[in-house]
Design a protein around this ligand. Structure first.
Ligand code: SF4
Length: 426
């Protein structure tokens, strides 16, 4: 089609992607989407006409496999492939071929200031220009008739509308989702947030993501209302989702009945039983105490729910002095018992993977690293390469790149897969 300024636009409307989340961001298109290409950029929109991806097509774009993605929280995240595309590159650190570069402070080892890259600045300007051209095209009647409905839908989603939608979503879930479990990388962080409990059990001193709430589960009525509101909020685009995050910081502490009943109700309400190409995923956090208290029936039930379930547990350190210094109210023996339980559950339940987090930081003492390597190297190898251990750089840790040799040493000695945990908000 040719809007009034004569820049050719190639438009494809609601085409079906592979439905699979590929590891290569160049190919990552899930579900059904619309696409507009100018000679210089490609813009991808979801079924509600909201901008989702932008990619440059010319030589000023940093790398053909990189792209910008707008999250449902309305953050523009840049997917970088790093500077080493071999098996020693980003994939060996993150478990994925790309590094999400965030527009807010986090605990990243690699600081990439993508917003100052001229090619990326041009892409944002080009998005504004496309928006203006579509407006012009609709009002002067110069668009191809088949593209008019898509253009109108896109125009309903200007910057203010997108911001308002992200606020609306936050008010539906009723709490800030300041961090997602690392396992959500398996769904490329594309998930429906559903809060079943607020707060957490410990309020650790080191933690930069905790909320001020004491732990408190939501009522069934609140959860059921939330599910209905989420269904309305996502509208047609709900078919492009295949994952739920049960929030917030310790869903497992909410207990078996609330977890399993909520997951089943959401499964039906969000249409996960239809023909999506992969089993839906269910993500949540646990703590050492909530995991140890949970009991076999929770895992037995979760294993049969129709989801592939991922539970992430923050253990932080097996070293008592480190636990004391970071203000985490756990003992060495509780950390070790929880870790043993995680390994056993991973071997027992094929549809559940439980992962754990430990801290890394230049300020942590040798005793922390010795205890951690001892724990990870004396664990029997898992049956199915499950039980990933995530290493989370302490946010305030200076010189994070200096952690890489440390992380490599832990990886090499661990019987379990080890990756870096990038703290990413919803
Ligand atoms: S680490 Fe987990 S349990 Fe501790 S304060 Fe943060 S959210 Fe709460």
């Amino acid at each position: 089609m040719y809007p009034s300024h004569h820049t050719p636009l190639a438009v494809s409307i609601e085409t079906q992607g592979s439905g699979k989340i590929t590891r290569n961001p160049y190919l990552r298109k899930t579900g059904r989407h619309s696409k507009i290409r100018t000679p210089d950029h490609e813009f991808v929109f979801n079924l509600n006409g909201e901008i989702k991806f932008i990619r440059g097509l010319n030589t000023d774009w940093p790398h053909p496999s990189e792209q910008l993605k707008r999250t449902d929280g309305n953050d523009w995240v840049y997917y970088s492939v790093g500077d080493d595309s071999t098996e020693n590159g980003i994939i060996s650190w993150m478990g994925d071929y790309y590094l999400p570069c965030l527009p807010y402070p986090s605990n990243a080892v690699w600081e990439i200031n993508y917003r100052e890259n001229p090619g990326i600045m041009t892409a944002f300007a080009s998005w504004s220009q496309l928006f203006a051209n579509l407006y012009d095209g609709v009002h002067r009647n110069t668009l191809h008739p088949n593209a008019v409905d898509l253009a109108k839908l896109i125009l309903e989603n200007d910057d203010q509308a997108l911001f308002n939608r992200s606020r609306e979503l936050k008010s539906i879930t009723g709490d800030e989702i300041s961090v997602l479990p690392p396992d959500t990388r398996h769904a490329d962080y594309e998930l429906i947030p559903l809060t079943i409990a607020d707060g957490c059990l410990y309020h650790c001193r080191f933690c930069c993501v905790k909320s001020s709430h004491a732990f408190s589960p939501r009522t069934r009525e609140q959860i059921s209302d939330q599910i209905q509101q989420l269904k309305r909020f996502y509208g047609r685009n709900i078919e492009n989702y295949n994952a739920i995050f049960l929030g917030n910081h310790d869903a497992v502490a909410a207990g078996k009945d609330l977890i399993c009943d909520t997951a089943s109700t959401a499964f039906d309400a969000f249409g996960f039983g239809d023909s999506r190409p992969e089993a839906p995923r269910l993500f949540m956090f646990a703590s050492a105490d909530s995991l140890l208290d949970a009991g076999e029936p929770l895992f037995d039930h979760l294993n049969r729910l129709g989801f592939k379930t991922y539970i992430n547990v923050g253990l932080e350190s097996p070293d008592p002095l480190t636990l004391k210094n970071i203000g985490k109210p756990l003992t060495r023996s509780k950390v070790e018992t929880a870790f043993e339980m995680i390994c056993a559950l991973n071997n027992e339940f094929s549809n559940i993977e439980i992962t754990s987090n430990f801290l890394v930081g230049t300020d942590l003492g040798e005793a922390h690293y010795e205890a951690l390597i001892s724990l990870l190297s004396h664990t029997p190898a898992p049956l199915k390469n499950k039980g990933t251990v995530y290493l989370s750089p302490v946010k305030e840790s200076p010189k994070k790149r200096e952690l890489l040799p440390r992380i490599r040493e832990i990886k090499q000695q661990s019987a379990l897969p080890v990756f870096v945990y990038l703290i990413q908000r919803f």
